[in-house]
Ligand binder design. Structure first.
Ligand code: ADE
Length: 427
């Protein structure tokens, strides 16, 4: 049976869901195909995704395909209680989620999802898949495969894959082009900027904004902050923080995009607003807090709440209190005050200020999820490990996203297609 914060919020949640449904044309198209073909008939799906309105539309789509679904949030702060209540009240999907969970409650919810004995799991950050490989190994034999939504989850899955520990195939949904090129960049750009402004209501123009990490998320946020008149500093490192690119190359890209680039030791004393988006830990630490200006604002847009070392910040403080929703004041012993947004958790999704990425962005990301689940449900033999999303599937989502905007691109001519494959002819 579902467990949510307050079922009386359901009517409000229905309105939020309706608004998302109206603005997710690609999922609507997939849903209509799924309703006819029922490709997920008899399939149980366990979900750990940020439980907000767009996620609700993905869950409906899976149910329309014939699946039985149980869902929790993948973060203790990111459930929209109105939406969770609306889905739970409808009764077709089991929901275990509310905003403001303790760590224990969070894992109780993930375990409750796994109690439904899923065949397929959809994860965001890899906590659900990790649980399956540690405390719930007994359920592994049911699993056909999984899908992972985010960069942090993919990094963890690759570590499992390298050690031969990953026991079923997982689609790296994050790495589909119709996901990371749009969601990570344009989605995070808008949702993180919007959430910081909703938390603080402060003017960005004229401020010095320090962005730590120049991956797709960091570069998106930097561009929006610049567009609003901020003086943007990008912080990168001389090292590899993820499997793909080095910080040196990212630092150069930031420089050539027109930003000041430096390390955090130098940037710490300059910033008015700090945003971490690195996927790594202790990016803002004691030595940086020591140098920051009175009134500096600290926000994290990375998946986990370890990018800003809150424990150190607290130790340096003589007093802390929640000044308003999503804003915690740390009064340091030397008299300065620093403000941490959303407990250092994903600022763009933490309730009540965070709403997640724009609806159209999640239409694309969740379309990839829905089609990958369909692919897994076909039961084709796939080895355990991390799998790229098939190119045709990826392209089909891009095509549907363009068509939803009334854009249809021409195919290259036969002559052009041939030329693109040739090596002999140069002119
Ligand atoms: N809404 C639901 N899942 C999300 C995600 N991973 N990022 C941003 N917004 C979301």
């Amino acid at each position: 049976m579902s467990k949510v914060k307050n079922i009386s919020l359901a009517a409000e949640g229905q309105k939020e869901l309706e608004w998302a449904r109206l603005n997710m044309p690609v999922l609507a198209k997939i849903r209509s195909d799924f309703e006819k073909a029922k490709p997920l008939k008899g399939i149980r799906i366990g979900v750990a995704l940020h439980l907000e309105k767009k996620t609700g539309i993905l869950l409906e789509t899976l149910v329309a395909a014939g699946a039985k679904v149980a869902a929790a949030s993948c973060n203790p702060l990111t459930t929209d209680d109105r939406v969770a209540s609306a889905i739970a009240q409808d009764g077709k999907i089991e929901i275990f989620a509310w905003a403001g969970q303790t760590n224990e409650e969070y894992y109780w919810c993930l375990n409750s999802v796994l109690d439904s004995k899923p065949h397929i799991v959809i994860d965001d950050g890899c906590d659900l898949i990790n649980l399956l490989h540690t405390k719930r190994k007994d359920l592994l034999s049911n699993i056909m495969g999984g899908c992972e939504e985010t960069t942090t989850g993919i990094v963890r899955l690759w570590a499992m894959h390298r050690e031969g520990a990953l026991k079923f195939p997982v689609f790296a949904v994050n790495n589909a082009h119709s996901k990371f090129l749009l969601d990570n960049q344009f989605g995070t750009a808008q949702s993180a900027t919007e959430a910081i402004m909703r938390c603080t209501n402060k003017l960005v123009a004229g401020k010095t904004v320090v962005i730590a990490g120049y991956g797709w998320c960091g570069r998106g946020i930097a561009s929006r902050m610049k567009g609003m008149g901020a003086n943007v500093i990008v912080v990168e490192v001389d090292g590899t923080l993820g499997p793909h690119e080095s910080g040196l190359q990212r630092g150069l890209q930031a420089l050539y995009d027109g930003y000041r680039v430096m390390d955090m030791d130098k940037a710490a004393s300059e910033g008015d607003i700090f945003v971490t988006a690195t996927g790594n830990k202790n990016v803002l630490a004691k030595s940086h807090f020591e140098k920051m200006k009175d009134g500096a604002i600290l926000a994290n847009a990375g998946h986990f709440n370890n990018e800003i070392n809150e424990v150190e910040l607290k130790k340096m403080s003589k007093e802390t209190h929640e000044l308003k929703d999503n804003v915690m004041q740390y009064s340091l012993k030397d008299g300065r005050r620093l403000y941490l947004l959303s407990e250092g958790r994903l600022v763009n999704l933490s309730r009540p200020s965070g709403q997640g990425h724009p609806i159209e962005i999640m239409d694309g990301s969740f379309a990839v999820q829905a089609l990958c689940v369909q692919e897994l449900a076909k039961g084709k033999k796939m080895p355990a490990g991390v799998h790229n999303v098939p190119k045709e599937l990826d392209d089909s989502v891009a095509r549907m996203l363009l068509e939803s905007q009334g854009i249809r691109l021409q195919k290259p001519t036969a002559e052009q297609a041939k030329y693109a494959e040739e090596w002999k002819e140069g002119t």
